[in-house]
Design a protein around this ligand. Structure first.
Ligand code: PHE
Length: 338
């Protein structure tokens, strides 16, 4: 015959142990406690089943105690369970250390573009954009390319049909902007351009340019030199000097190609500059009268300059990148360096 005193103290010990285990357990372990303390095979259940063998008076006191113990443990387990319904579904371990989320950053080409835009923005230029699929008119005709100009060759340009092509430069944005507004115009047009070129370390079928255009009643070549010198010393550092070489573009007259003093040898001659001492960074010139005629600007009232530079090119020079294809391969070991 079981002793009522012993059973009462067993109940007290059981409850104390359950409480202690509960507060020391992690969420996964807690899931097992309920069945261990309240399930069919639990000591508490054995006590409840044994009640029928007790004399009447003891059955009532011990039965009451056992029921209270069961109710308190049930409340303990269920309160925690309902507040952690999702925990019961998926056992989480809140004591695990967190997983780091490494922070990303812009692609080196985006960074370069933002830097160039910021420099010219500081000189009063606004950003303008145009489509990458252009018509022959905007990409060539309005920019004074004669019908038989070799740039129109299938060899150089991706034509989509007789009329449409992938723009080969950002200069068509000049036309679109001047068609839609009157001077003064001071814009910067960054974007992608496409050329059907053999792919190698120096040229790729797609690259980025930034076009600049300033038209007003009294714009001179000296203004063009001024902004380009200011840009170069800001982007490449105050020690670089610029060289303006005469050149030709159908849409500017006079036209120039602009070099910076070699960043590696400072003009003395090295393998980066092929012993020239100079590195070409952009094309520029005064807007051609034929271009003003195409957008109906009075050539007797307005003058302007335009320039276009390759983003990959200036990024390669500044950061010592020796292969243009690296920009497009998305190798994180390359991209993470910037
Ligand atoms: N569009 C020319 C190129 O792609 C660059 C340029 C822009 C030259 C503006 C003069 C003026 O080479």
């Amino acid at each position: 015959m079981p002793n009522a005193e012993d059973i009462a103290s067993e109940l007290r010990d059981l409850e104390a142990l359950a409480q202690r285990e509960w507060s020391g357990a992690n969420p996964a372990e807690r899931l097992g406690l309920k069945s261990r303390y309240l399930g069919k095979k639990s000591p508490l259940n054995a006590i409840l089943r044994g009640l029928k063998d007790l004399p009447d008076a003891e059955r009532r006191t011990i039965g009451g105690l056992a029921n209270e113990t069961r109710d308190r443990l049930t409340a303990l387990f269920e309160a925690a369970e309902s507040s952690r319904a999702s925990v019961a579904a998926t056992p989480y371990d809140y004591t695990l250390p967190g997983r780091p989320h490494p922070r990303g950053h812009g692609h080196i080409l985006s960074q370069t573009m933002d830097e160039v835009i910021a420099i010219f923005y500081g000189m009063g230029f606004e950003v303008a954009e145009g489509p990458e699929i252009e018509t022959d008119y905007y990409n060539f005709a309005a920019l004074n390319f004669p019908p038989d100009h070799p740039a129109r060759d299938m060899q150089d340009t991706f034509f989509l049909n007789d009329e449409h092509l992938l723009r080969t430069h950002t200069s068509p944005v000049q036309i679109r902007v001047m068609e839609s507004q009157r001077p003064p115009v001071r814009i910067l047009a960054p974007g992608r351009v496409y050329r059907n070129e053999a792919i190698n370390a120096r040229s790729y079928c797609v690259f980025h340019q930034v076009e600049g255009l300033y038209v007003d009643s009294d714009v001179s070549f000296a203004d063009l030199k001024g902004v380009l010198v200011a840009f170069a010393s800001e982007y490449f550092g105050p020690l670089v000097t610029l060289r303006f070489r005469p050149s030709f573009f159908p849409f500017t007259e006079p036209s120039t190609e602009v070099d910076i003093s070699c960043l590696l040898c400072r003009g003395r001659g090295c393998s980066l500059c092929k012993h020239e001492g100079w590195l070409e960074i952009l094309g520029a010139g005064m807007v051609h009268p034929a271009v003003f005629a195409a957008v109906d600007y009075d050539v007797n009232v307005f003058s302007g300059y335009a320039f276009g530079m390759g983003i990959e090119r200036i990024a390669m020079l500044k950061h010592g990148i020796d292969d243009i294809r690296l920009f497009y391969e998305n190798d994180l070991r390359f991209l993470r360096q910037f």
